[in-house]
Ligand binder design. Structure first.
Ligand SMILES: Cc1cc2nc3c(=O)[nH]c(=O)nc-3n(C[C@H](O)[C@H](O)[C@H](O)COP(=O)(O)OP(=O)(O)OC[C@H]3O[C@@H](n4cnc5c(N)ncnc54)[C@H](O)[C@@H]3O)c2cc1C
Ligand SMILES: *[C@@H]1O[C@H](CO)[C@@H](O)[C@H](O)[C@H]1NC(C)=O
Ligand SMILES: *[C@@H]1O[C@H](CO)[C@@H](O)[C@H](O)[C@H]1NC(C)=O
Ligand SMILES: *[C@@H]1O[C@H](CO)[C@@H](O)[C@H](O)[C@H]1NC(C)=O
Ligand SMILES: *[C@@H]1O[C@H](CO)[C@@H](O)[C@H](O)[C@H]1NC(C)=O
Ligand SMILES: *[C@@H]1O[C@H](CO)[C@@H](O)[C@H](O)[C@H]1NC(C)=O
Ligand SMILES: *[C@@H]1O[C@H](CO)[C@@H](O)[C@H](O)[C@H]1NC(C)=O
Length: 513
């Protein structure tokens, strides 16, 4: 049977006037008053914040991207899965549009909060617990990775989480999660042994290899399309020496004239990943006018703490290497420092693409990126304080293979990496001023469209767009391939038959039509 868009909730909205006339409470027009009052009744007033409260203001100030911090009718703050159950039941029964906020690091308006509706804010569900007996780490979706790593380091273990400690857990894992451990362990979602999740009918269920296995698979990369996640149970990974939770890593900074050589080194590194699954690299150009202009950096890490392993010889041999900050340090020190690189308080636009592991398309992306930076310099005001990054990360067959071994996900990587390793591309703009963001957006979109067209023309383009890096103008789940889409549709039919998470949920990305 063909999958059709869920319309139950929308239909309810459409008949609201008639219902109101009939005095039926079933399908009344959702308003700030009706939705927030209903939540106060079901949850208690102390966990519902109205715009006139200081708690509301405090919570709204903790969004990473100013673009995303839309002011909702009210904020619902759960502490437990039964709170979440009460919230979901109330929102569904009253036909209330809602947003979902995990750690609050989504970039765009519509990532994680909603202007016309209720924002479910997970920030108080942020605990980390470790059970040595079953090797499982239970993490609340509102946690930030720094607190996870700080809690786990003394126990000699870690999980596949964010590389910047500031990033939130909920969106990161639900949407995939590229980590220092991806080559050896797959995406972060592949290491989730169990999701505790609240379904549309308010039931709290576990999804794992034995219970609701089809839901488990669909939730690995399928984001918020099936329910509200209340706990991730992730596999603990031991450090080589549990008494010193160290990794090796840091930055290789290059003279800009070394750009071509750095791209060649990244191509070789990516194709060599299968020989050293513990090493990872990210190459980026960053235009930071306030800090004096353009920089070129390769961020490198080895999760075993191996100093300068051979995988990085290609990067080290480049004569334009000007600064080398690599060192052995506790992983939680590294993630703390990486968190300071992309501070909160700016508006942000992120756009993503991907292609085969090919030097020519990367050179083209960089060349056009220089032009884009120059263009924005002319278009944007000095007060915008903009910075512009273009970033390349290996997406290798090893990542996809681990995903399959761990029970399968819905990210589609096994399809894309069949013939070659790939590169995930990310363009980011951080700046001040809504008008400045509006001015810049068409240039960024045009850049991306041109890059995608060039990659197709060269025969190296991948349609794949990574959900956690995608802009609201992109449709990442539609690029994950027919198999993945079919799995998501089937799980949605089964676990959310009325389509609550396709219609009432206003944030994040939906299952494509
Ligand atoms: C500084 C920085 C560094 C980053 N580094 C990396 C990196 O190394 N690797 C990488 O892969 N990505 C990285 N990202 C991207 C990151 O994965 C996404 O921004 C992700 O959405 C962050 O998760 P969050 O919980 O903070 O997001 P939020 O904005 O809170 O949530 C985003 C979406 O996630 C879903 N979600 C959140 N909580 C729940 C829940 N409880 N139940 C169901 N769905 C939920 C919802 O759809 C929500 O709309 C980085 C982002 C930033 C800003
Ligand atoms: C805040 O707003 C809510 C909803 O409009 C209202 O019920 C409440 O009385 C207000 N509180 C204060 C202190 O003004
Ligand atoms: C969890 O969140 C609370 C409230 O926001 C905060 O006070 C606390 O420090 C956080 N705990 C951790 C482990 O991050
Ligand atoms: C960078 O490279 C250029 C061209 O090779 C050279 O002229 C310049 O001196 C180098 N700059 C630094 C800081 O090494
Ligand atoms: C290193 O990689 C191997 C696979 O080659 C994997 O088994 C091991 O768990 C990894 N170690 C760490 C600490 O990531
Ligand atoms: C890097 O240089 C070393 C020493 O000169 C050499 O042995 C090695 O083959 C080079 N590696 C690469 C990848 O170029
Ligand atoms: C790691 O951080 C701790 C706490 O800030 C500090 O004492 C220690 O020196 C750091 N270690 C390294 C190797 O940087």
């Amino acid at each position: 049977m063909p999958w059709t868009k869920k319309t139950a909730a929308a239909t309810c909205a459409a008949v609201t006037l008639a219902d109101a006339a009939l005095g039926s409470g079933m399908c009344s027009t959702p308003t700030a008053a009706s939705c927030c009052t209903a939540l106060v009744s079901s949850l208690g007033g102390s966990q519902i914040f109205y715009p006139n409260s200081t708690s509301y203001t405090t919570h709204m100030s903790t969004y990473w991207s100013v673009s995303a911090a839309l002011d909702p009718w009210c904020i619902a703050l759960p502490f437990t899965s039964s709170d979440v159950s009460a919230i979901v039941s109330t929102l569904a029964a009253n036909n209330c549009p809602f947003g979902v906020r995990g750690g609050g690091h989504g970039s765009f308006d519509g990532s994680n909060s909603v202007a016309d509706g209720v924002t479910v804010d997970f920030s108080s569900m942020n605990s980390t617990t470790y059970s040595e007996d079953d090797g499982l780490v239970g993490i609340g979706p509102g946690a930030h990775w720094q607190s996870v790593y700080d809690t786990l380091a003394p126990r000699g273990v870690v999980v596949t989480g964010g590389r910047a400690g500031t990033v939130g857990v909920g969106g990161f894992v639900a949407g995939g999660g590229n980590s220092f451990h991806s080559a050896s362990h797959g995406m972060a979602c592949d290491q989730v042994r169990n999701f505790e999740v609240v379904l549309a009918d308010g039931s709290v269920v576990d999804a794992n290899a034995d219970e609701n296995p089809d839901l488990w698979a669909a939730m690995k990369g399928g984001s918020a399309n099936f329910g509200l996640i209340t706990r991730f149970d992730m596999n603990a990974i031991s450090f080589l020496d549990p008494s010193s939770p160290d990794i090796w890593g840091g930055n290789y900074l290059y003279n800009l004239s070394a750009g071509d050589a750095v791209i060649d080194a990244l191509v070789d590194f990516t194709d060599g990943v299968q020989d050293d699954l513990n090493s990872s690299a990210i190459v980026y150009w960053a235009y930071l006018p306030a800090l004096g202009g353009m920089i070129l950096n390769a961020a490198v890490e080895n999760t075993l703490g191996a100093v300068s392993p051979p995988a990085f010889d290609g990067f080290k041999n480049i004569s334009g290497l000007t600064t080398d900050t690599t060192t052995v340090a506790p992983m939680s020190n590294v993630t703390l420092e990486l968190g300071s690189g992309q501070p909160s308080g700016f508006r942000n636009v992120w756009l993503t693409s991907s292609f085969e592991n090919n030097a020519e398309i990367m050179r083209y992306a960089v060349e056009q990126y220089y032009t884009l930076a120059e263009t924005l310099e002319g278009v944007l005001s000095d007060e915008s304080e903009f910075n512009l990054l273009c970033m390349f990360q290996p997406i290798t067959k090893s990542i996809a293979d681990r995903g399959v071994e761990m029970g399968g996900n819905v990210m589609g990587l096994d399809y894309y990496t069949q013939d070659s390793n790939g590169i995930m591309f990310l363009l980011t703009l951080a700046l001040n001023g809504e008008d400045q963001e509006d001015l810049a957006r068409p240039y960024l979109s045009a850049y991306l469209d041109d890059l995608d067209a060039k990659a197709q023309e060269m025969g190296v383009g991948w349609d794949w767009k990574y959900l956690n890096y995608a802009d609201r103008t992109q449709d990442p789940l539609a690029t994950y391939g027919e198999d993945a889409i079919a799995k998501m549709r089937a799980a949605s039919e089964q676990y959310d038959p009325d389509g609550v998470f396709q219609t009432l949920r206003s944030t994040g990305f939906k299952i494509p039509q």
